[in-house]
Design a protein around this ligand. Structure first.
Ligand code: AMP
Length: 445
């Protein structure tokens, strides 16, 4: 599809800003969503970060706000975007400012963990676009600093992550406060039941736009699993990072302490690494992200929540130091590489206790992850996972009592690139013909 932005009926100041961003063509979600949003429809967008969804909602919102120059009432906003993390809030606000640079609209950001004074001040005069995390917004509302009567567009971004982070109750409290007459958009990468229920209360006759289901995004990423005992993970990580082709690696741990320990261990070994997680101050996080983005730090170690929405091009490798216990998190994590159409490599360490997580991930992504050999191979029980092996000297049998998906992964191709890519091609995007039992539809479908 080579639609151009000018075919999307976006006004000239937006076109100019897009040229400055070097955006040549709309991404699929932009091409599909923007015409409906310009026409004022509600929208259900099933998409994850990396698809261009921010511009998909920001561009039509800017255009509609610019067409109707009614000022926002005091302490209120004309467009309200709710998003789960402060990093994401900052990025979205930056996007609005960038795309709207020639439009003279005012954007503000609200999130917790910093003093509220400047946020209250920014709101006081009324704001065109407010990007907020739910907790601080409710807090300011309860203190009487926020009114919702100016809202004509409401965006709930990353709804599934809101659910994971326990924000759904906050959302349920905010929605009834919004004017009934409004345009509403909801974006989510996956569609758990609770999000489906929310759609009913939030959206009126929405257009549904679904792009790059997680499982297909994942197909662009070369994935490997390394079975390793817990105590050897740090040594394995250090040895992998000895390979200089790993230019920019994002390493995931399950806990904040884990992130600190891994980053400190690497730094002691002379590998430039920093950690970001919820216990770091906003300025520490911004600094670490900036260093990583600019290439001053080669390795960023992050927890899921801190990494959510990290929008950094050129991440060559995602390394799961620990596997996430929620399969969708795996998809989000590895999607940090392979941004903007690039390919990427994802390596997951899996110890004995994590094999169940691996199985769940493979079910959701409908892909079997190839096993890679390494010097710190786990000493026990790889066979239980049913992964084929043909690694040199591999003494680890596979008894196939895990999930043998229709025989595509017999023994012998689990470690071979050719085998894996051949398998990928054989699978259809939607799962037809992959030979696995149906009913493994990914949660995002
Ligand atoms: P998002 O999914 O909104 O997080 O966007 C992912 C990345 O794609 C961001 O770095 C955007 O700046 C970039 N992007 C969004 N739309 C386009 C486009 N039409 N052309 C090129 N890059 C884009």
């Amino acid at each position: 599809m080579t639609l151009s932005f000018s075919e999307l009926a976006l006004v000239e100041p937006i076109q100019r800003a897009l040229r400055a961003e070097n955006y040549e063509h709309p991404t699929p979600i932009q091409a599909q969503a923007i015409p409906h949003l310009l026409a004022g429809r509600d929208l259900l967008g099933i998409a994850q970060t990396g698809t261009g969804k921010t511009a998909a909602f920001a561009l039509p919102i800017l255009q509609r706000l610019a067409e109707n120059r009614a000022p926002a009432p005091r302490n209120s906003m004309r467009a309200l975007v709710l998003t789960p993390t402060r990093e994401l809030a900052l990025q979205i606000a930056d996007s609005f400012r960038g795309y709207g640079r020639h439009m003279g609209l005012r954007t503000a950001v609200i999130f917790g963990g910093v003093s509220q004074g400047p946020q209250v001040d920014a709101l006081r005069r009324g704001i065109d676009i407010l990007v907020a995390t739910p907790g601080r917004l409710l807090d300011l509302h309860q203190q009487g600093h926020v009114r919702y009567d100016g809202v004509s567009v409401f965006v709930l971004d990353e709804a599934d992550r809101m659910l994971d982070m326990g924000f759904i109750r906050d959302i349920r409290r905010i929605v009834p406060l919004l004017p009934k007459q409004r345009q509403s958009l909801l974006f989510s990468a996956t569609m758990p039941d609770e999000i489906n229920r929310l759609i009913g209360t939030l959206l009126k006759d929405p257009v549904r736009v679904e792009v790059t289901p997680a499982a297909t995004t994942v197909e662009r990423i070369e994935q490997r699993v390394m079975f390793v005992d817990t105590g050897n993970k740090r040594a394995l990580l250090a040895s992998l990072l000895g390979d200089k082709t790993i230019a920019r690696a994002l390493v995931f741990t399950r806990t904040k302490h884990g992130a600190n320990r891994v980053a400190e261990g690497l730094a002691k070994g002379g590998i430039g690494a920093e950690a970001i997680h919820g216990n770091k101050s906003q300025s520490q996080r911004q600094r670490a992200l900036g260093n990583f983005r600019d290439g001053r730090t080669r390795v960023l170690v992050a927890t899921d929540i801190a990494a959510r929405g990290i929008d950094i091009d050129g991440i060559t490798h995602v390394i799961n130091f620990e596997l996430p216990n929620v399969p969708e998190s795996y998809v989000h994590r590895i999607g940090r590489t392979a941004r903007a159409g690039a390919d990427g490599i994802a390596i997951s360490f899996c110890d004995h206790s994590e094999k169940g997580f691996l199985r769940d991930i493979e079910k959701v992504t409908r892909q079997k992850i190839a096993v890679a050999e390494h010097a710190f191979r786990a000493s026990v029980g790889q066979g239980a996972n049913g992964h084929g092996h043909n690694g040199s000297g591999g003494s680890h049998g596979h008894n196939g009592n895990g999930h043998n998906h229709g025989g595509h992964h017999g023994s012998g191709n689990g470690n071979g690139r050719g085998g894996e890519f051949a398998n990928r091609r054989r699978r259809s995007r939607r799962g037809g013909g992959h030979g696995r039992p149906q009913g493994h539809a990914p949660a995002h479908a």
